[in-house]
Design a protein. Sequence first.
Length: 81
Amino acid sequence: MEFYQKPALETRSADEYCAECGSPMTGDEAALNYKLVDKKTAHLLCPACLGRKMELSQESLREIITLFRKQGCTLFSPWVE
Ligand SMILES: [Zn+2]
C-alpha cells in the first residue's frame, strides 16, 4: 500500500479501531468518518464497515481519501508526490 511507503511526516498511526468490527485503522481511514459521517463522530468505522453503511466500495473510499489528501485537508496525512 503506497500510504505506508510515504515518509512518516505528520502521519497518524493506526491507533483507532472500528466501532463495529474492531479492526485497526489508519488516521486517514478514521478521518474519512469525520468527512462522510460527522466531524464530531466517535463512532469510527473501518473502510469495510463504512463502505457498507455508505454503499461505497472500499476502493471508492480510498479514492476519496486520496482526493482529500491531495486537496491538503488537514484531517488527513499530507500528500507527498
Ligand atoms: Zn469495521
